[in-house]
Write a protein that binds this ligand. Sequence first.
Ligand code: ADP
Length: 305
Amino acid sequence: MRLILLGPPGAGKGTQAQRLVHKHGIVQLSTGEMLRAAVAAGTPIGLKAKDIMASGALVPDEVVVGIIADRIEEADAKKGFILDGFPRTVPQAAALDELLKKKHLKLDAVVELRVNESALLERVETRVAQMRERGEEVRIDDTPEVLSKRLASYRAQTEPLVHYYSEKRKLITVDGMMTIEQVTAAINRVLAALEADSAARAEKKAAARKPAKASKPAGKAKGTTAAKKAAKKATRKAAKKTVKPAARKAKKASKPAGKAVKGRKKTAVKAKSRAAGTRTAKTRKVAKKATKKGAKAVKRLTKRR
Ligand code: ADP
């Protein structure tokens, strides 16, 4: 699974990312953490980022894009990842698109944690107090002044990503004002629905490919029982897939849709005759549609009779 967590500072991205890491066995890639590590280690990137981060502004796009490009290459990211704090600008999102495209990787979803800005300062203050209690080093950008700058950066540069990913139909918005547990549950629910949906789509795709496969041997083994069986199977499958739900719908349909119902009923009759193995001219026509090779086999068989 490949996810992006989107939300202002204090929205709870880090907390939720940790939970997703455990649930899905994927890695959390936090540009904030990586940059802080670079600052602590005094690397060239760290030296470049240090003052920018302390002021609450954003580090240049090419720096973070470079970091992420290298990081997703690593072995532990192969199973999937959660991007936390990246992308933060539209050019970063576009660069990520390119990166994933080159690697033939798909982004599954962008989870936006939506929160009231008024709650953020309080959240960050609580975080700072808890870190102090634990004796941990407090982030230098976790002060009310810098936080308001970080929020301004979020609004101006990151929030446009909500629209960007919504256009791409990747956006899932979750109410980040609920309790941590409730937010986790809401994220899990949407991701489960997403997984079920893509599994169903993959199944449908596979089913659509199957009739053609089944009819292949039929094409070769002209007029044999195997050919007959394969062609029958292919048409029956196609009938099941396309006609039966239509027939079911037709039953439910109301009078004004009379014409459509008639048409659907006819198709349902065709389906029945196909299922029973009766061959009429119409059945042959549908068989042709179902699979070219399968239909050829059916034709050959019926010609002989
Ligand atoms: P926050 O808790 O505010 O979301 P992060 O820990 O994600 O903060 O990031 C801290 C700082 O690191 C940011 O204020 C910014 O200066 C820098 N940074 C992190 N990620 C990015 C990014 N994708 N693009 C530019 N700057 C970034």
